[in-house]
Design a protein around this ligand. Structure first.
Ligand code: MG
Length: 162
């Protein structure tokens, strides 16, 4: 199993992209890529579960090719690497830490989008949101963070006819 964590600063000017979904909001996450904090946490959880490094190693922010890069594409490429090592995903469980906006109205769309990117059923994807209770960077609406745990299982062996 693997754990992924990420945090991005908030800056003025939406929309806010979380989990591959653009949410209407006056602030967005700042970053070198499209700064999708949830997809970055999922990417690191998958790479970590297979002990294949992390998103920063795979997509260095010193490489101009990664500027503004779609996080969904980075997640897909990372997952290809993990799948090539013989793994499949059992399930993911994610937490987004944000003071605003409310994530609940967008939860199903985000789970669906994650399922599309990783070829998973929504039932394999847990997604929860927590506020920062008004304290720390999340609570002061200076940042959004995300956590993900991923459980991998070996790919099913070729079925035998005998
Ligand atoms: Mg990030």
């Amino acid at each position: 199993m693997g754990l992924g964590y990420d945090l991005h600063r908030l800056v003025a000017g939406g929309p806010l992209r979380i989990g591959g979904v653009d949410i209407p909001f006056g602030f967005r996450c700042a970053g070198h890529s499209d700064a999708d904090v949830l997809l970055h946490a999922v990417t690191d959880a998958l790479l970590g579960a297979a002990a294949l490094g992390d998103i920063g190693e795979m997509f260095p922010d010193t490489d101009p090719a990664n500027r503004g890069r779609e996080s969904a594409e980075m997640l897909r490429q990372a997952w290809q690497r993990v799948a090539s090592a013989g793994w499949q995903i059992s399930n993911l469980d994610c937490v987004v830490l944000l003071e605003a906006p409310r994530l609940a109205p967008h939860r199903q769309r985000i789970r669906q989008r994650l399922g599309e990117i990783l070829n998973l059923q929504p039932a394999q994807i847990g997604l929860k949101a927590k506020t920062g209770e008004g304290v720390d960077a999340v609570g002061r609406q200076e940042a959004i963070a995300a956590l993900c745990v991923a459980l991998l299982v070996p790919q099913a062996a070729e079925s035998s006819l005998d």
